[in-house]
Structure formats: C-alpha cells, structure tokens
Design a protein around this ligand. Structure first.
Ligand code: XMP
Length: 509
C-alpha cells in the first residue's frame, strides 16, 4: 500500500493534514519529528509532508530534523513552519515580519508549477504566521506571493521539494484540497489505493490469519468504535467472537435493547449482555458528588466486565475499538513525547490473553463510520452522538435512583423523537435532557402539583472544546415541552439551557 508520511512538528492541524491526504484515497500516517531517519528510510514512503509548528526555526528549542531527509529522493511538501524549515535546512533566509498574516489572505500562484496545476492564479488561502522566507535557498523558485509575504510558496521541481507558507489542509484555503491532490498524484505519483472496501477485505483476511481457530473477546459499549470493531471481527471469524455488553442501566431509553438486537440479529457472534442496574444503583446510593459518581461508575463497570471475562475458560484474544487518534505520538514537546491511549483498557494482572487485536487502529473517526456503514451497522448507531461513559449518571444531578433514571429516559426519548421528526437533529452536535433534581410547584386540573423539572440541552460545536447553545426554533421547543409535561409522569416544568461553553460545559456534571 502507498504511504505518505506526515512528519509532525507540533502544529495544531496535523491530524487534519493526514485526514485530507486520506480523503484523496492515499494512506497517510503521522510520526513525530523525533522519529529516527532510519525508520523513515525503511518505510518506502511515496512522499513526506512537514507540518506546521511553533514559531521560529531560529529558536533553540524549536523542533528540527536532519537535512538528510531532503536528500532521500522522496518528494517533500513543507507547510507553514515546515515550509520555513525547508528554507532553513537548505540555507535560505527566514525573517520575522513586522506584520503577521492571520486568516484568509489572497495569494497569487504560479500555475506553471505542478503543485498549482489547474488552480486559479488568485485565490484565498489560510495563513497563520509571523516569520516568512525572505530569501529562498539556492535552487528554489518562488511560486506564490501575497501582499505581505514575498515567498508564500516555493519549489525545487528537480528534487521534488515543494513548500507553502499557507495551510492547504483547512477548508478556508479555497483550493487547498486540489493543491494536496496535485502533490499526491502529480508530484508523488500516487495511484490512490486507500479505499474502504479494500480495507475491509484486507483486514478481514488479516484477522482470520491472526486469530486462526482461537476465540476473541470484545467489550461492546454501544459506541461507534467498539461496534464497528465488533462487526469487522464478526465478519472475519463469526461465532469465535464473544462480545460482552455491560448494561449499567444508565443508558438512554431502549438503547440496551437496540444494541442487543442489532448485534444478535445482524451479525454472527456470541453476545453476552450483563444487566446490572440494581448493582450500580446500590453502589451509587446516597452519592451526590459528580466526580465520585464518575469514579464509582467507571470502577464498577470494569469490575463487572472483568468478572464476566474471568468466567470464560477459553479466552483467546482481547479486542478493542482503539482508533488512530488514540495511538498517535504527538510531535509536541521535546524529549518526553507522550503516548495517549485514553481508549485503551487496562487489563487486570490475573487475566491472560493470546494477544491484543485493534482492527481500527489505523482509522480516523470518519473512516470508522464509513467502514461501519459498509458493514451494515444501522445509521443511528454509526452516526450516534457522543454519549458519556457514565451515561445518564452525569445527567441526573444529585443522588441517582431508579425512578429518576426512568423519568429522564422518558423525557430524553420525547426530545429525541421530536428532533428526529423535525429533521432538526442534523443541525446539532449533541442534545439531551437533564434531570436537575429540582422540584417545582405546578398545577394540573384543580390540583397543585410538586414535581420534577427537566432541562433541555442542545449545542453546536466543531470539537467539543467550545460549544454554542443551539437556537432551536420556538415552535419545536414548545412541542417538546408540551409532550414532556403531558407524557412523562412526575414532570411539571421544562426549561431550555442557554449557556455556551465556556463558561458552561456541555454536560451538567
Ligand atoms: P463537557 O461536559 O466536558 O463535554 O463540555 C464535552 C464532551 O465530552 C462528553 N463527556 C464525557 N464523555 N466520559 C465520556 O466518555 C465522561 O465522563 C464525559 N463527560 C463529558 C460530553 O458528552 C461531550 O460530548
């Protein structure tokens, strides 16, 4: 398979570069700038992209790389900091500009360059820099300029080295996708063999080979990643796979049944559902502190899960739905490159497996979804909104009881139903109901009531680090409120949360 290396110098868009390359049907992997050149040589890359990164190539602590990498005969594209680094490595001159360029800027490109073939001479690109190349290295020609940047792009076509000061990977660069495509297909001469159908076929064959006649155990959460991993392994080895689904009773209405039905009716596997709401509620009795609730739910989840696994005599392999962003070593920081594995499960010492299987560890989330759809997982599961591990436990403020879980499930189901019927759900990143543990006075017929309050939360966001509260149309909110107060017992009032993040968080706890 053809591979492009994205050499990570610590910029903020680095995963995006790899994703954009893959959007063009070429596999890209990210390695930190601390990777030895020998490892790069072994890999037979079709091309290398240097990413953006911290400010100045002249800073003592800014990330550098051996200039030998430019002499390997492999095509190179430098982006932003990566562009300046190429100039620095080849003894051009990088200067600090009195005017920073930030945002959408008009660039003028030399369309004789392969990199800009069939791209208009003038277009908007996304810039974010203070330093710029004041003198390109010998052998390099300027192929792009802006008002404040005399070298917005340069090339050395004989050596197949290209560099752009702007960010072609972000959508604000109007022809960024085409520029990356030109690099991949015209400069690196890729043929485009990263195709999801092939991925499925190849992975299924590899899984069969690795697993042989052994068993596989996978913890299914009902989330996208573990579901797609389960479907893929099921296609490879059918009933040799056992999925363990711990239902702590804090999922949305009917969600546990839906997960069970999906995996028992559409896929060939052993499916073990452990229903343990009572156990969880007994552990959570009297607990009101959000962090303590989270801790108890997390700990008990794994206790139940591993106890179930211990009962299996023939354990075989352990499978997980770890995806690529969980495994990337970042190019941020210097010596102490940190591996983040927040999706990886810690195994107890007394449970032994033949080995670990992570069939999605090369895929980004959107690729995981594409594979899920191709494997026939229902859309509502593949396109599921994020749902916190502790489930409704962090949406019931204060003590969690079976009655409160039921009230919240019913109210949340009405909210989801109305949003689905109106088609408005596709406008939102996440929406749900919350039970704030507040009772208020109401009136029903001639009687005074004293019942629960339900809060509705809906946000739009790109990345969940910040979020805006969603401006849901009033008539839709009115329908949801009417139905909840009419249909859900013990609820007499509904409010809508109009807090953005920050200062609020998406969840209430
Ligand atoms: P916050 O509330 O921090 O949420 O603004 C951001 C995103 O993270 C989800 N979230 C969680 N996911 N375990 C999870 O797996 C948790 O404890 C948790 N808390 C929040 C939240 O639903 C939102 O998508």
């Amino acid at each position: 398979m053809e591979k492009i290396l994205v050499l990570d110098f610590g910029g903020q868009y680095n995963q995006l570069i790899a994703r954009r390359v893959r959007d063009n049907n070429v596999y890209a992997e990210i390695l930190p700038y601390t990777t030895p050149i020998e490892k790069i040589k072994e890999n037979n890359y079709k091309g290398i992209i240097f990413t953006g990164g911290p400010n100045s190539v002249y800073d003592d602590n800014s990330p550098h790389y051996s200039s030998e990498i430019l002499n390997l005969g492999i095509p190179v594209l430098g982006i932003c900091y990566g562009c300046q680094l190429i100039a620095f490595m080849r003894e051009g001159k990088v200067s600090s500009s009195p005017v920073s360029e930030y945002g959408k800027i008009e660039v003028t490109l030399n369309t004789d360059s392969l990199l800009f073939k069939d791209i208009p001479e003038k277009s908007a690109v996304w810039m974010s820099h203070t330093d710029y190349i004041s003198q390109p290295p010998q052998g390099f020609k300027i192929i792009g300029t802006t008002d404040n940047c005399p070298c917005a792009a340069m090339e050395n076509p004989e050596e197949k080295i290209y560099a752009v000061q702007f960010h072609p990977e972000v959508t604000h660069s109007r022809f960024g996708k085409e520029i990356l495509r030109n690099f991949l297909y015209l400069v690196c001469r890729c043929s485009g063999d990263w195709i999801m159908d092939d991925f499925i076929e190849r992975t299924v064959a590899e899984l069969r080979e690795k697993i042989g006649d052994k068993k596989v155990i996978l913890g299914l959460s009902g989330g996208v990643d573990s579901s797609v991993a389960a479907a893929l392994i099921s296609r490879a080895v059918g009933k040799q796979l056992t999925c363990v689904f711990v239902d702590q009773g804090l999922m949305r209405k009917d969600e546990g049944d839906f997960v069970e039905k999906t995996f028992t009716s559409l896929f060939d596997m052993n499916f073990v559902r452990v229903n343990c709401q009572e156990h969880f509620l007994s552990k959570l009795k009297g607990v009101t502190d959000p962090e303590e609730k989270r801790k108890i739910i997390g700990t008990e989840f794994f206790n139940v899960f591993w106890n179930e696994i211990r009962r299996e005599n023939d354990k075989g392999f352990f499978a997980q739905g770890t995806i690529y962003p969980d495994c990337i070593e970042s190019g941020k920081g210097d010596a102490d490159v940190i591996k983040t594995h927040h999706n990886k499960v810690k195994m107890p010492d007394d449970v032994e497996f033949e080995g670990l299987i992570e069939p999605l560890c090369d895929l980004f989330k959107d690729e995981v979804r594409a594979v899920g759809e191709k494997l026939g997982i229902p859309r509502e599961l593949v396109w599921r909104q994020p749902f916190p591990g502790p489930g409704l436990g962090v949406r019931i403020i204060g003590e969690i009881t079976a009655e409160k879980v039921k009230i919240l499930q019913e109210a949340d189901a009405v909210f989801r139903d109305e949003m689905a019927k109106s088609g408005y759900e596709s406008e939102l990143s996440q929406f749900f109901a919350v039970l704030p543990n507040v009772k208020t006075v109401g009136v029903m017929g001639d009687h005074r009531t004293y019942e629960h309050l339900i809060a509705l939360r809906a946000v739009t966001t790109d990345n969940f680090m910040t979020a805006d509260w969603a401006q849901i149309p009033y008539d839709l909110l009115a329908r949801v409120s009417n139905r909840i107060t009419n249909e859900v017992e013990h609820v007499s009032r509904v409010v809508y949360d109009i807090t953005s993040k920050p200062p609020g968080t998406v969840e209430w706890e």
